[in-house]
Design a binder for this molecule. Structure first.
Ligand code: NAP
Length: 519
């Protein structure tokens, strides 16, 4: 069993007992243990601000981009070894592991190229300089975005120990802000190995990246208005951390990416057997089974005209019947276990809750006969399709996220108004997808749904064979969602830098402003 350490103050440090045990969720065997007890969190925070921050701010965007490129290359070079760790600790199939790890290296690489484009500058000029008074052609205003002087404290969810860590780190580091990152403890082994690679290869300046493997201790008591806290996880923890009543001080910027009842809507024009139908069916199956449905962006609710629901259920069932569930170390296995025993418990309780508003039309939460493991071992969850025929009255199907291979099918009347009203009952989503060749439906629905979503995937037959999957987050598009989804926003190319920079308005002599501040 590996004893994981935290990387703080430019050294690997072990916490004191008691240790938390990380397991292989397919075999329930312990794989690692960790603790952060006894670490000096105030010193970790100071180190980021006093050592990491100045080092990063002394670099240009191009130089920071070069660091990101070096990180991406170093991690990619050890991809195979990292995949093994993700299989052993995350319950990931090889495909799941690649999705996570390649997402991390791809996002680092994307932000590296943005750094290169921004060149020698160390801050961003925001818009054009503007004349401020009619009488003076010299007195001008100019906006800049400068790196904050604090630390970026990143708290991540268990389902993406690679991508979650590095999609956040890429943006903060490019902005010039040092990172203290904390993966979810249950799957932290992969993040630990990735940071170890970067430390061994001395890719980053001192203090730029610190890793806590375990609890954040009293770290959040030390953050102030120059720090940024970015949290990804459940809505409950996000609410508990938020400023005001939570431990994060009200003056600290906090970005919350929480869970979401994402939806997918099938247009009435989409006939069974058509290409668009196949895209829709395959998409729902992928979202149910990739990472065993443990994706914040996965489709939880499917809306289709009533006349299509039986055919849709049958098409999904046909695909799911072929699914091989078992030890993800077995190359024939297509879906691994849930990550922890408590996730399995939550899945069972969640399906029972949703069943109170509908009925199961495929699968069950009974123990799974998993390939490659002794009967009764592992946190395996079978795929479940529910059908809810009264979605307007229902509450739980729109509000309770079952973090597993579970979807609920629901009817709508085929109009944009009805679909929009039903999707919006989710209270704010990370992503909704629409499949239709009816342009007026697509246009009307997209505009109605835009205020409730961070991202809309609009697919007609012309892009069905090229569209990225519903659940795939791209670094050039924003990721996040309003309301229930946490109200946060990440990525989106240069937009992501906004969280880590302060916009300041400068007023003064135009010539001087341009000479001093416009590269
Ligand atoms: P979680 O239980 O809320 O934990 C998330 C993170 O918060 C973990 O690192 C956890 O650490 C930490 N944490 C918990 N309590 C804390 C506290 N009081 N102070 C500081 N840190 C604390 O969520 P999870 O079970 O890991 O993740 C699953 C959820 O995340 C799902 O609901 C999913 O939808 C959501 N998610 C959202 C996104 C998105 O981008 N919107 C992405 C992925 C997942 P420990 O592990 O050490 O307890």
């Amino acid at each position: 069993m590996v004893r994981l350490k935290s990387y703080v103050l430019d050294a690997w440090r072990e916490g004191d007992a008691p240790f938390r045990t990380l397991v292989n969720p397919a075999t329930e065997q312990p794989v690692a243990e960790t603790s952060t007890r006894g670490l000096d969190f105030a010193a970790v925070h100071r180190h980021a601000r006093e050592v990491g921050g100045p080092a990063l701010r002394s670099l240009s965007f191009a130089e920071r981009g070069a660091l990101l490129k070096a990180m991406s290359r170093a991690l990619y070079a050890q991809r195979e070894r990292l995949i093994e760790v993700a299989i052993a600790n995350g319950g990931n199939t090889r495909g799941d592991a690649k999705f996570d790890i390649d997402g991390a290296t791809g996002t680092l690489s994307y932000y590296a190229s943005l750094g290169k484009q921004l060149g020698d500058a160390k801050w961003l000029v925001d818009g054009e300089a503007e004349q401020l008074t009619r009488s003076s052609a010299r007195f001008y205003g100019l906006h800049l975005r400068v790196p904050r002087r604090g630390a970026a404290v990143h708290i991540n969810a268990f389902n993406f120990p690679a991508w979650g860590t590095f999609e956040k780190a890429a943006v903060a580091l490019l902005a010039g802000v040092p990172v203290i990152t904390k993966p979810a403890t249950s799957t932290a082994w992969l993040t630990y190995e990735m940071v170890k690679i970067l430390v061994d290869e001395a890719v980053l300046p001192a203090g730029a990246l610190q890793l806590l493997v375990g609890s954040t201790g009293d770290l959040l008591d030390h953050v102030d208005g120059q720090d940024i806290v970015a949290f990804t996880g459940s809505a409950d923890t996000g609410a508990a951390l938020r400023g005001g009543a939570g431990p994060v001080s009200a003056s600290t910027a906090i970005n919350v990416e929480a869970d979401s009842l994402n939806a997918s809507v099938l247009g009435p024009d989409v006939d069974p057997g058509s290409d668009l139908w196949s895209w829709f069916v395959n998409g729902v199956v992928r979202e149910m089974t990739q990472k065993s449905g443990q994706k914040c962006t996965a489709i939880r609710r499917v809306f289709a005209p009533e006349a299509r629901l039986d055919a849709l259920r049958d098409a999904l069932a046909e695909e799911l019947d072929r699914l091989v569930i078992g030890d993800p170390a077995d190359p024939e296995v297509r879906m691994g276990p849930l990550t922890t025993a408590s996730q399995l418990r939550d899945y069972r309780e969640g399906v029972a809750l949703l069943s109170s508003e509908g009925r199961i039309v495929y699968g069950s939460t009974d123990p799974v006969d998993a390939k490659g493991v002794p009967a009764g071992t592992g946190y395996f969850a079978g795929p479940v399709i529910l059908r809810c025929d009264a979605p307007r009255e229902a509450r739980h199907v729109h509000g309770h996220e079952v973090f597993g291979p579970v979807v609920t099918l629901m009817p709508y009347d085929g109009t944009a108004e009805d679909a929009a009203a039903l999707v919006a009952k989710g209270g704010g989503m990370l992503a909704t997808s629409l499949a239709t060749n009816d342009r007026s439906l697509l246009g009307a629905l997209a505009l109605e749904l835009a205020p409730y979503n961070g991202r809309l995937l609009l697919v007609d037959k012309k892009v069905a064979d090229q569209a990225t999957p519903h659940g795939m987050v791209l670094p050039n598009l924003v990721h996040g969602g309003p309301g229930r989804a946490g109200g946060g926003e990440e990525l989106g190319g240069l937009r992501g830098l906004e969280h880590y920079t302060q916009r300041v308005a400068l007023q003064g002599n135009r010539g001087l402003l341009e000479k001093l501040f416009v590269p």
